[in-house]
Design a protein around this ligand. Sequence first.
Ligand code: HSE
Length: 307
Amino acid sequence: MAAIKIFSPATIANISCGFDVLGLALDAVGDTMTITKVADKGIRITKITGQDLPLDALKNVAGVAGLALLDASEYEGGFEIEINKNIKAGSGIGSSAASAAGAVWAINELLDRPFTPLQLVEFAMQGEKLASGVAHADNVAPALFGGFTLVRSYEPLDVVSIHTPKALFATIIHPQIEVKTSDSRKILKTNITLKDGIKQWGNVGGLIAGLYTEDYDLIGRSLVDHIVEPIRSMLIPGFDQVKSNAMQSGALGCGISGSGPSIFALSRGRKTAEQVGQAMKEVYKGIGIDYEVHVSSVNIEGIKRIP
Ligand code: HSE
């Protein structure tokens, strides 16, 4: 095999209570990439459509992630990467993760899979480091593994796939403003109180238990963030109203997707997820901010080959 075309999904990181540790992959939104094996050593980004991003491999998350893989590999040649971005940069649904994870997944396929999925997460994290200054794995892990993932530990890296209840649907509204992950990380406090810690890890445990037992009420009760959302929501116009509309329309829970500005809700069933999307839209129509809405099932496959 000399070339491969792939779909690399958008992802929702944090999922309210799990800052930097929880994430899920989406079916309805993602980038497509074509990766070609070539004799010349290194990584060349030959074309990017859909977004204005650097072609220089050392300044591009797909390039940096691919180079991290090549450094660990015995392969002497290189790869060319073409990226068609459908996920907007700075949207909060894992734009950089889709490119970084897609590159390493495809290269690994073209090399006949010398690396494990966990190693691919480590390479892709180098792309995240370039994008946000921090090598977080909560977007790249669900992109690579599919479904819900938990980063149980960063040192050593330990990623756990979590059961995905079939009736769970995500609604995402992306107000058309850009929030850089690096900026929205800078405003966070580096210490938390024990009181907030207790509430937060109770919810992380509750969410995991709810996902495994398909207990939608427990999932809903656990989708609460006492630590990050109260601070970051200030960067997102209309956040409180969007959340209140989503909950009134039957969402199980609603919060900031990754580092924002996208807001996500989880619902039981597609119909409710669509109604939630309608209710979220009303807020941005009212304040005159353009938006995009996606309703999606959870992508349990992760990155995949496409024709
Ligand atoms: N966990 C990361 C953050 C995700 O919230 O900064 C960024 O998409």
